[in-house]
Design a protein. Structure first.
Length: 125
């Protein structure tokens, strides 16, 4: 299995930074490196417990920022990384942007979105 990285821009109240993310479809939230989130002026909004790959539980603060990727841009929740935390692009951000990781080509592509509409056949009385 290959590794996919993507360069993105994150924006906060104090400016923007370019971050090279590892695309991780197993990670829930996007993780920003400590240096990046401090430079763009993010502040913690809440704290969550996360389980690392080795089973260790850690607590990290979470905030929100604006993220721009070549495939789109939007606001997203982000983990405020600490020393040693690797920048990850998580599944919540991918879903917000309508993207999925193609595991065979190791590329991001638009997700197929299903929309159900009540009364498609005019029987919605």
């Amino acid at each position: 299995m290959g590794i996919t990285h993507i360069e993105g821009r994150v924006k906060g109240p104090l400016g923007e930074e370019v971050v090279r993310f590892l695309v991780d479809s197993g990670a829930t939230y996007t993780v920003l490196p400590e240096e990046a989130w401090k430079k763009i002026g993010l502040s913690p909004l809440r704290e969550h417990e996360f389980i690392l790959a080795d089973g260790t539980a850690v607590k990290r603060k979470v905030s929100e920022c604006y993220i721009s990727l070549p495939q789109g841009e939007s606001h997203t929740p982000v983990v405020l990384g600490e020393a040693g935390d690797y920048p990850l692009l998580g599944v919540v951000t991918l879903e917000i942007l309508g993207l999925v990781l193609n595991p065979f080509k190791r590329t991001l592509q638009p997700m197929r979105m299903l929309l159900l509409h009540h009364g498609v056949h005019g029987n919605d009385h």
